[in-house]
Design a protein around this ligand. Structure first.
Ligand code: SAH
Ligand code: MG
Length: 194
Protein backbone atom coordinates (compact mmCIF):
# COMPACT_ATOMS: atom_id res chain seq x y z
CA UNK A 1 0.00 0.00 0.00
CA UNK A 2 1.17 3.54 -0.66
CA UNK A 3 2.68 5.57 2.18
CA UNK A 4 0.44 8.53 1.40
CA UNK A 5 -2.64 6.36 1.69
CA UNK A 6 -1.45 4.83 4.97
CA UNK A 7 -0.84 8.29 6.40
CA UNK A 8 -4.30 9.33 5.33
CA UNK A 9 -5.74 6.31 7.16
CA UNK A 10 -3.93 7.40 10.35
CA UNK A 11 -5.32 10.92 10.04
CA UNK A 12 -8.81 9.51 9.56
CA UNK A 13 -8.45 7.19 12.56
CA UNK A 14 -7.23 10.05 14.76
CA UNK A 15 -10.18 12.17 13.76
CA UNK A 16 -12.68 9.39 14.39
CA UNK A 17 -11.33 8.58 17.86
CA UNK A 18 -10.46 12.14 18.87
CA UNK A 19 -6.73 11.59 19.13
CA UNK A 20 -4.96 14.96 19.12
CA UNK A 21 -2.31 14.36 16.44
CA UNK A 22 -0.50 17.35 15.00
CA UNK A 23 -2.49 19.51 12.65
CA UNK A 24 -1.53 19.62 8.98
CA UNK A 25 0.15 23.05 9.13
CA UNK A 26 2.09 22.07 12.24
CA UNK A 27 3.34 18.73 10.94
CA UNK A 28 4.35 20.32 7.62
CA UNK A 29 6.36 22.93 9.49
CA UNK A 30 7.98 20.28 11.68
CA UNK A 31 9.02 17.97 8.84
CA UNK A 32 10.37 20.90 6.81
CA UNK A 33 12.32 22.08 9.84
CA UNK A 34 13.84 18.60 10.28
CA UNK A 35 14.93 18.49 6.66
CA UNK A 36 16.33 22.03 6.52
CA UNK A 37 18.24 21.75 9.79
CA UNK A 38 19.61 18.28 9.11
CA UNK A 39 18.07 16.82 12.27
CA UNK A 40 18.93 13.12 12.65
CA UNK A 41 18.13 12.04 16.21
CA UNK A 42 14.78 12.93 17.68
CA UNK A 43 13.21 12.46 21.10
CA UNK A 44 9.43 12.82 21.17
CA UNK A 45 7.39 13.15 24.37
CA UNK A 46 3.84 12.00 23.54
CA UNK A 47 3.58 9.37 20.78
CA UNK A 48 -0.21 8.90 20.70
CA UNK A 49 -0.71 6.48 17.76
CA UNK A 50 2.67 7.23 16.19
CA UNK A 51 1.56 9.71 13.55
CA UNK A 52 4.12 12.48 14.12
CA UNK A 53 6.90 9.96 14.85
CA UNK A 54 6.21 8.28 11.49
CA UNK A 55 6.04 11.60 9.65
CA UNK A 56 9.36 12.69 11.17
CA UNK A 57 11.08 9.36 10.41
CA UNK A 58 9.88 9.51 6.79
CA UNK A 59 11.75 12.78 6.17
CA UNK A 60 14.97 10.85 5.55
CA UNK A 61 16.06 7.24 5.92
CA UNK A 62 18.89 8.00 8.35
CA UNK A 63 16.62 9.63 10.95
CA UNK A 64 16.04 7.87 14.28
CA UNK A 65 13.23 8.61 16.69
CA UNK A 66 12.73 7.68 20.34
CA UNK A 67 9.17 8.35 21.44
CA UNK A 68 7.50 8.04 24.87
CA UNK A 69 3.82 7.29 25.50
CA UNK A 70 2.19 6.46 28.84
CA UNK A 71 -1.22 5.35 27.57
CA UNK A 72 -1.22 1.58 26.97
CA UNK A 73 -3.85 1.50 24.20
CA UNK A 74 -2.25 4.30 22.25
CA UNK A 75 1.19 2.77 22.68
CA UNK A 76 -0.09 -0.58 21.34
CA UNK A 77 -1.69 1.15 18.40
CA UNK A 78 1.54 3.04 17.69
CA UNK A 79 3.56 -0.19 17.73
CA UNK A 80 1.25 -1.66 15.08
CA UNK A 81 1.27 1.48 12.95
CA UNK A 82 5.04 1.75 12.98
CA UNK A 83 5.33 -1.87 11.87
CA UNK A 84 2.97 -1.19 8.96
CA UNK A 85 5.34 1.53 7.78
CA UNK A 86 8.31 -0.83 8.38
CA UNK A 87 9.88 1.81 10.58
CA UNK A 88 10.39 -0.35 13.69
CA UNK A 89 14.15 -0.31 13.15
CA UNK A 90 14.23 3.51 13.28
CA UNK A 91 11.45 4.41 15.73
CA UNK A 92 11.93 3.14 19.27
CA UNK A 93 8.85 3.37 21.47
CA UNK A 94 8.92 3.53 25.24
CA UNK A 95 5.72 2.74 27.13
CA UNK A 96 5.97 4.74 30.36
CA UNK A 97 5.29 8.08 31.93
CA UNK A 98 8.00 10.37 30.57
CA UNK A 99 8.82 11.44 34.13
CA UNK A 100 9.97 7.88 34.88
CA UNK A 101 12.22 7.64 31.84
CA UNK A 102 15.96 8.20 32.12
CA UNK A 103 17.87 8.46 28.87
CA UNK A 104 21.60 8.87 28.33
CA UNK A 105 21.56 9.54 24.59
CA UNK A 106 21.70 13.01 23.13
CA UNK A 107 19.35 14.30 20.47
CA UNK A 108 19.27 17.01 17.77
CA UNK A 109 15.61 17.65 18.44
CA UNK A 110 13.35 17.17 21.44
CA UNK A 111 9.71 17.44 20.46
CA UNK A 112 7.40 18.11 23.42
CA UNK A 113 3.81 17.17 22.60
CA UNK A 114 2.39 15.55 25.75
CA UNK A 115 0.41 16.89 28.77
CA UNK A 116 0.17 20.61 28.08
CA UNK A 117 0.37 21.68 31.72
CA UNK A 118 3.71 19.93 32.16
CA UNK A 119 5.81 21.51 29.43
CA UNK A 120 8.20 23.31 31.82
CA UNK A 121 8.84 20.05 33.64
CA UNK A 122 9.45 18.10 30.42
CA UNK A 123 11.79 20.84 29.22
CA UNK A 124 13.79 20.83 32.47
CA UNK A 125 13.93 17.06 32.66
CA UNK A 126 15.12 16.38 29.11
CA UNK A 127 17.27 19.38 28.19
CA UNK A 128 20.33 17.45 29.41
CA UNK A 129 19.66 15.12 26.47
CA UNK A 130 19.99 17.88 23.90
CA UNK A 131 23.08 18.44 21.79
CA UNK A 132 24.59 21.92 21.78
CA UNK A 133 23.12 24.34 19.22
CA UNK A 134 20.15 22.03 18.75
CA UNK A 135 16.41 22.39 19.24
CA UNK A 136 13.46 21.90 21.54
CA UNK A 137 10.14 22.25 19.73
CA UNK A 138 6.84 22.44 21.61
CA UNK A 139 3.34 22.02 20.20
CA UNK A 140 -0.06 23.44 21.22
CA UNK A 141 0.99 26.80 22.65
CA UNK A 142 -2.32 28.29 21.50
CA UNK A 143 -4.33 25.35 22.81
CA UNK A 144 -7.15 25.66 20.28
CA UNK A 145 -7.13 29.45 20.62
CA UNK A 146 -7.95 29.32 24.33
CA UNK A 147 -4.63 30.83 25.39
CA UNK A 148 -5.50 34.13 23.71
CA UNK A 149 -9.25 34.12 24.20
CA UNK A 150 -11.36 36.11 26.66
CA UNK A 151 -13.94 33.38 26.87
CA UNK A 152 -15.08 32.34 30.33
CA UNK A 153 -13.40 29.02 31.01
CA UNK A 154 -13.92 26.25 33.53
CA UNK A 155 -11.50 26.15 36.45
CA UNK A 156 -9.55 23.25 34.93
CA UNK A 157 -9.15 24.98 31.60
CA UNK A 158 -8.16 28.25 33.29
CA UNK A 159 -5.41 26.43 35.15
CA UNK A 160 -4.24 24.74 31.99
CA UNK A 161 -4.16 28.02 30.06
CA UNK A 162 -2.20 29.61 32.91
CA UNK A 163 0.37 26.80 32.74
CA UNK A 164 0.79 27.31 29.00
CA UNK A 165 1.26 31.06 29.53
CA UNK A 166 3.80 30.30 32.25
CA UNK A 167 5.64 28.07 29.79
CA UNK A 168 5.70 30.84 27.16
CA UNK A 169 7.14 33.23 29.77
CA UNK A 170 9.64 30.58 30.85
CA UNK A 171 10.87 30.26 27.25
CA UNK A 172 11.06 34.02 26.74
CA UNK A 173 13.12 34.47 29.90
CA UNK A 174 15.38 31.46 29.36
CA UNK A 175 18.79 32.92 28.44
CA UNK A 176 20.25 29.51 27.55
CA UNK A 177 17.94 29.27 24.54
CA UNK A 178 16.77 31.53 21.80
CA UNK A 179 13.07 30.90 21.20
CA UNK A 180 10.91 31.78 18.21
CA UNK A 181 7.13 31.44 18.43
CA UNK A 182 5.08 30.47 15.39
CA UNK A 183 1.37 30.73 14.73
CA UNK A 184 1.24 27.57 12.61
CA UNK A 185 -1.26 24.85 13.49
CA UNK A 186 -1.98 25.08 17.20
CA UNK A 187 1.02 27.29 17.99
CA UNK A 188 4.60 26.04 17.97
CA UNK A 189 7.82 27.21 19.60
CA UNK A 190 11.35 26.50 18.46
CA UNK A 191 14.01 26.93 21.14
CA UNK A 192 17.63 26.77 20.04
CA UNK A 193 20.21 25.93 22.66
CA UNK A 194 22.98 28.51 22.75
N1 SAH B 1 2.73 13.62 18.93
C1 SAH B 1 1.47 12.97 18.57
C2 SAH B 1 0.32 13.44 19.42
C3 SAH B 1 0.53 13.29 20.90
S1 SAH B 1 -0.95 13.58 21.83
C4 SAH B 1 1.18 13.27 17.11
O1 SAH B 1 1.18 14.45 16.73
O2 SAH B 1 0.94 12.33 16.35
C5 SAH B 1 -0.27 13.63 23.44
C6 SAH B 1 0.07 12.26 24.01
O3 SAH B 1 0.92 12.46 25.13
C7 SAH B 1 -1.15 11.49 24.53
O4 SAH B 1 -1.27 10.27 23.83
C8 SAH B 1 -0.84 11.27 26.01
O5 SAH B 1 -1.21 9.98 26.49
C9 SAH B 1 0.67 11.44 26.06
N2 SAH B 1 1.20 11.90 27.36
C10 SAH B 1 0.75 12.91 28.12
N3 SAH B 1 1.51 13.07 29.21
C11 SAH B 1 2.47 12.10 29.16
C12 SAH B 1 3.56 11.74 30.02
N4 SAH B 1 3.78 12.37 31.16
N5 SAH B 1 4.35 10.71 29.64
C13 SAH B 1 4.11 10.04 28.47
N6 SAH B 1 3.11 10.36 27.63
C14 SAH B 1 2.30 11.36 27.96
MG1 MG C 1 0.05 18.47 19.77
Amino acid sequence: MFTVFRLWLLEKYAKKYNIPIMQKEGINFLTKFIKENNVKNILEIGTAIGYSAIKMALVDNDINVVSIERDEDRYNKAVKNIKKFKLNNRIKLIKDDAFNVELNEKFDLIFIDAAKAQSIKFFNKFEKNLNKNKYIITDNLKFHGLVESNEKLSKNLRQLVKKIKDYIEFLKENRDYETIFYDFGDGISVSKKR
